[in-house]
Design a protein around this ligand. Sequence first.
Ligand code: ITT
Length: 200
Amino acid sequence: MKKRIVFATGNAGKLREIREILGDMDREILSMKDAGIEADIEENGSTYEENALIKARAAAAFAGPEDIVMADDSGLEIDYLNCEPGIYSARYLGEDTSYRIKNRNLIDRLEGVPDEKRTARFVCAIAAVLPDGRELTSRGVVEGRIGYEEKGNGGFGYDPIFQLPELGKTTAELDEEEKNAVSHRGRALRAMKEKLRKVL
Ligand code: ITT
């Protein structure tokens, strides 16, 4: 039977991307739910890395003895808004508020702000807890700008307002493979694969 990676996320958009990026690892990729793990995790860390570790450790407590347990904590940092919403990206304006409203609100808060001051980045920290208890973290970043309107139907969350100036597109206008090639999550997960290759 294939060894497993249990990914401690409830975010379907993340999970789709993660499955594609980790697809070459010869492991079965399961969400917490697939693995039958139900944990109500309080993300009370003050950095992406801390929160990713909190999620991975919480799920590892219920995972199988041979499972690698991973988690992703990520967010959008808008320079003009003092790096808001940052680690609070999922909770910004309320966890259940639609991204239509959240994205509209961020565009409104940047009204009149010129291109060069609309800089932003997506940040992703990945944590892994290994079967022997060792812990690893990695980070990936993608720099971009906040657009003037929502564009594209791909991705999830804040993707429709996050523009990549060199491609002239938002991350919601890329297909999954294109997004994973440049995204914070793609970068952090590829760095994690490298680290795992060295220690496993
Ligand atoms: P889990 O904790 O269950 O993994 P979550 O959505 O609560 O899911 P986070 O606390 O890490 O995850 O919040 C990340 C938020 O940052 C996410 O909900 C989006 O709003 C935003 N975000 C992160 N990566 C993104 C991406 O690739 N595209 C668009 N928005 C993203």
